[in-house]
Design a protein around this ligand. Structure first.
Ligand code: 5RP
Length: 223
């Protein structure tokens, strides 16, 4: 099976997983990226079975709207029943690295507001220790140099993701060479640097469920 086929399989599994949660008033949180895009396309088949969505990026909002699925502002909805999103890496505790698509801040906000966070990924994303994938950090543009110097003090090698502006008008530093042995502690330390908007570690609010597409089928991992 190719990686694309694995992503398709997990997108279908995610829709199957959330189907029992869909009611007339259900709001679904929708993530960002190629796996989330496939999930959107599958979800569209059930668009009359729930109220609507909150999207974690402008790109996902546009794709949802093209399918005729309502997209609400987060501030105008009460409760997000379930959030479905991809990841760049996951460990066995369902701590994640996210932000490869630069949507980490809105992703973290939607995850925080959701009753259940279902991560969808192919098996290449499962790791023993987080950090092979460079950790994305969203920064206020004027603070980029300062934040980069502080990240070096934490043992990382930050690289400016040139040409990328986030949906919030900010910039991204990708931090290489971090061995992330304590994700929750590092998440807090990086968030404490002045000028950091968010970092891509999801340890304080990890996924609740990981649907992992493998060649043997889609596995369901729970915390
Ligand atoms: C976007 C993300 C994505 O979920 C992550 O990059 C995985 O993307 P893909 O499904 O394309 O591999 O965090 O900011």
């Amino acid at each position: 099976m190719t990686q694309d086929e694995l992503k398709q399989a997990v997108a279908e599994a995610a829709v199957k997983y959330i189907l029992p949660m869909l009611e007339d008033d259900t709001i679904v949180g929708v993530g960002t990226g190629s796996t989330a895009n496939l999930f959107i396309d599958e979800l569209a088949k059930y668009k009359n079975d729930f109220d609507g969505t909150v999207a974690s990026s402008e790109a996902s909002a546009e794709r949802l709207k093209k399918h005729g699925i309502p997209v609400y502002e987060l501030n105008s909805v009460g409760n997000i029943r379930v959030y479905v999103d991809g990841a760049d890496e996951s460990n066995e505790y369902l701590h994640l690295i996210k932000g490869g698509g630069a949507a980490l801040t809105r992703e973290k906000i939607v995850a925080a507001c959701s009753e259940e966070f279902v991560c969808i990924a192919d098996e290449s994303k499962m790791v023993k220790v987080l950090g092979d994938f460079p950790l994305p950090v969203e920064v206020i543009p004027m603070a980029r140099g300062y934040v980069a110097r502080e990240l070096v003090k934490l043992g990382g090698d930050p690289v400016y993701r040139e040409g990328v502006i986030t949906d919030n008008g900010n910039q991204i530093l990708d931090v290489y060479n971090l061995d992330i042995l304590n994700p929750a502690e590092l998440e807090k330390s990086i968030d404490g640097i002045v000028g950091v908007v968010t970092n891509g570690l999801f340890a304080k609010r990890p996924a609740d469920v990981l649907l992992l597409a493998t060649k043997e089928g889609v596995k369901t991992l729970k915390r």
